[in-house]
Design a protein around this ligand. Sequence first.
Ligand code: CDP
Length: 229
Amino acid sequence: MHKKIIIAIDGFASCGKSTLAKQLAAKLEYIYIDSGAMYRAVMLYFLENNIDINNQDSVQKGLREAVITFKFNPETRTNEVCLNGKNVEKEIREMRVSQRVSELSKIKEVRLAMVRIQKAIGANKGIVMDGRDIGTVVFPQAELKIFLTADFDERVRRRFDDLLNRGITASREEIAQNLQERDVIDTTRKESPLLKADDAIELNNTFLSPDEQLEMVYSLAMEKTGVQV
Ligand code: CDP
């Protein structure tokens, strides 16, 4: 049995982070956690309960009420996010959530609450987590950090197809605008903005297939675990 490591995958919206993270975790038999799904689930709770994200007391109350957990789905072989026990994997991808989630993610208390859960899930290593601040804040000690990038048009195309597959309709224009807005908020916010960790490996996957990017990162992971491939 080789030593288990932590793999952090960060990058802009819709760069293929979760595709890579999911496949990598399956291949390594690691846990996969989509940290963005947690922020999305909290946003969903706030939307459904008319909680004002600009009111500190309401935010604190909302954070206490919105219990975020993950449940392993043997069919998809991934951990799916649950909000107060209910699987919300589909709802959290809707545009109404995408449109507000980055505003919510700017708030320090929200980040502290999510990061606490994320650190606890990764305490035993053997985990692949994707997001914005995984290599910088959640797991600065991660043995392997990947910073994914892709051309903007390709990112829009991927998100459009992804939503279509999930049965969610949104126009290309709407998606492009949302990705752009979230990138700006995520990179310029005060609390743990999206940035490449000094020791992260940058990978532009615009012209890579999912299998190609998986092979590349899998080899890097094997180097880190001390296994020759
Ligand atoms: O749409 P995409 O899959 O690229 O984003 P996501 O991973 O679902 O994350 C949704 C939003 O949550 C991001 O745009 C960020 O505002 C926020 N987020 C964050 O602040 N920190 C993370 N570690 C993950 C997501």
